[in-house]
Design a protein around this ligand. Structure first.
Ligand SMILES: Cc1cc2nc3c(=O)[nH]c(=O)nc-3n(C[C@H](O)[C@H](O)[C@H](O)COP(=O)(O)OP(=O)(O)OC[C@H]3O[C@@H](n4cnc5c(N)ncnc54)[C@H](O)[C@@H]3O)c2cc1C
Ligand code: FES
Length: 511
């Protein structure tokens, strides 16, 4: 594998000067408090503020510090779980509604860019679902028919893949897909939220929502409180719902490499294959001298890969086989996607709450799902009906054979992770942990997560995840502790990075 210059999406999508309302007097009581300033939170804030609601967005860190900053930014209505599967899960009507909602999401992103003058490199491009494997031809044919039934009237079936290097295979061309620069878009949305009177407070991490009915009181770790008639939890994975929602979805790591490529060597489009996990590709021009091929895939359940580094190696090998025009690797990173057991996001009232809403289960379509969340939640707050409310209802039950099978497979997998209480440790003593690495060490009946920093100091933490007691595992690529149960992640020193855990790993108690 080639040497790489950077290990973070920041070098690709980085922008500065985020709008912050810290110097304004916060709304005392809000119509809506939105927790999280990713695409779901800021689209909701934008649409609600534009309709005159008093809106405050509370963001633990900076906009885009969540998964919106890790994305590859395909805007696609051709859903990667595929319309043949959606028909099985939700019937022909459900599959049609799902496609319609994602088509609408791309349209609304385009019209928000025009209306607010957001320069975020938004472009319409073709999308190609392709195969080079004769064994997948029949499945692709069936997908073509299912996509047509889902309302794609302008599809084309191609008897060759859209790759210059490959002759054998076929593809479906989906016109009118899109791509953009995700953080330039978020910045534009943030400015528009403020223009319509909304507030965005950075470094405000919500740790509690009090009250069984509106108005709710929200408390932040930084010590401020806010009240709101409606609360939108747009934190990617909901922290308020400790158990139920996490049985309906699972956290996966997905990997990206960007590779230098000559301008024009590959047509500007979205490409994805039919493998499971699938690979996804687009082009991006950071400046007039440079073009990059952004290649993603090789997903696995969070905390469940022995060797995450090999995901990057496999991704690069796949990219070179299919896009031999690609040159050296420039950047690589990984991020988290939340996969619902039945393919579609959960957007709507949090089960059991009247005016608390969640947007989660983004899967590989979180940018369009997040945009749909904005529109759907705005309608719910205004007590208007919405054509997609039932489809995305977080309280929906897995009823089809396919979704029940996925539900049981995922939950048995979670239950099996608790065997780690009894499995051997990685090393026998903390003194064996190398510099810059972490390992699980047994101490009596306890398991410890031990990290040795570059100053040779040992950081000894309890390996028990504060969410629901899973045993974390060391991720040697990202230098994090990852929980294999529901995807909570912690820095090498134990600070929480991804929920649903709300608190850090505890310091080890050595008696
Ligand atoms: C590698 C990768 C590639 C992807 N590619 C695509 C793609 O091509 N197309 C696509 O549509 N989707 C893609 N996705 C998915 C998509 O990027 C995400 O689903 C989407 O950006 C999630 O947006 P969000 O607003 O739900 O969450 P986030 O962007 O994660 O925002 C949540 C925000 O909540 C904040 N927060 C968390 N807890 C708290 C708290 N307690 N208090 C206050 N704030 C809090 C976080 O700091 C964060 O800023 C990809 C994801 C990854 C990782
Ligand atoms: S994330 Fe649920 S137990 Fe760790």
């Amino acid at each position: 594998m080639s040497k790489v210059a950077s290990h973070s999406p920041a070098s690709l999508w980085k922008i500065e000067d985020w709008p912050n309302s810290a110097d304004q007097v916060p709304h005392k009581s809000n119509d809506v408090c939105i927790i999280g300033a990713g695409i779901a939170g800021l689209t909701s804030a934008y649409l609600m503020a534009m309709e005159g609601l008093r809106v405050t967005v509370l963001e633990a860190s900076m906009p885009g510090d969540g998964e919106t900053g890790n994305t590859s930014a395909h805007l696609s209505s051709a859903l990667d779980d595929r319309f043949t599967e959606l028909e099985e899960l939700f019937g022909k009507e459900g599959s049609f509604l799902a496609a319609e909602s994602h088509r609408w999401a791309i349209d609304i992103i385009e019209s928000i860019c025009l209306r607010e003058g957001i320069d975020c490199d938004f472009e319409r491009v073709d999308g190609f679902l392709f195969t080079t494997d004769p064994a997948e031809e029949e499945e692709l044919r069936r997908e073509f028919e299912a996509a047509r039934r889902a309302g794609f009237t302008d599809l084309e079936f191609l008897h060759a893949p859209p790759l210059r290097s490959r002759r054998q295979g076929s593809a479906i061309r989906f016109p009118n897909q899109g791509h953009f620069h995700p953080l330039k878009y978020l910045k534009g949305l943030s400015k528009a939220v403020q223009k319509y009177g909304g507030h965005i407070l950075l470094n405000h991490e919500v740790i509690d929502i009090h009250g069984h009915e509106a108005p709710y009181t929200l408390t932040t770790r930084q010590g401020s409180t806010f009240t709101a008639s409606h609360v939108v939890i747009a934190t990617n994975t909901p922290f308020n719902n400790r158990f139920v929602m996490h049985t309906k979805q699972a956290a996966y790591r997905t990997y990206i490499v960007t590779m230098a490529i000559e301008s024009g060597a590959v047509n500007k489009a979205l490409y994805w294959d039919m493998k499971d996990p699938y690979h996804y590709v687009r082009l991006y021009q950071p400046n007039e001298h440079q073009t990059l091929l952004i290649v993603g895939g090789e997903d696995h359940k969070t905390g469940q890969s022995e060797d995450p580094d090999s995901s990057f190696a496999r991704l690069e090998t796949w990219a070179r086989a299919n896009f031999p025009e690609a040159g050296e690797v420039v950047t690589r990173w990984s991020g988290q996607v939340i996969e619902p057991v039945d393919s579609l996001a959960f957007i709507g009232r949090n089960p059991g709450d009247d005016q608390i809403y969640i947007a989660t289960g983004d899967s590989g379509h979180g940018l369009t799902h997040g945009t749909i969340a904005g529109m759907l939640l705005n309608d719910l707050v205004h007590k208007r009906s919405n054509p997609w409310e039932k489809l995305y209802d977080p309280a929906r039950k897995a009823t089809s054979f396919a979704s029940l099978k996925e539900y049981f497979t995922e939950n048995i997998n979670v239950a099996l992770q608790y065997r780690d209480y009894f499995s051997p440790a990685d090393l026998s003593r903390p003194s064996e942990v190398p510099i810059g690495e972490g390992a699980i060490v047994r101490y009596g009946l306890q398991k410890l997560a031990v990290y040795r920093d570059h100053d040779n100091e040992l950081h000894m933490l309890s390996a028990v995840c504060p969410h629901l007691g899973g045993i974390v595992r060391w991720n040697k690529v990202e230098k994090t502790w990852d929980c294999p149960c529901h995807g909570s992640r912690f820095s090498c020193k134990g600070e929480v990075i991804n929920g649903p855990a709300m608190t850090n790993l505890n310091k080890a108690e050595l008696r």
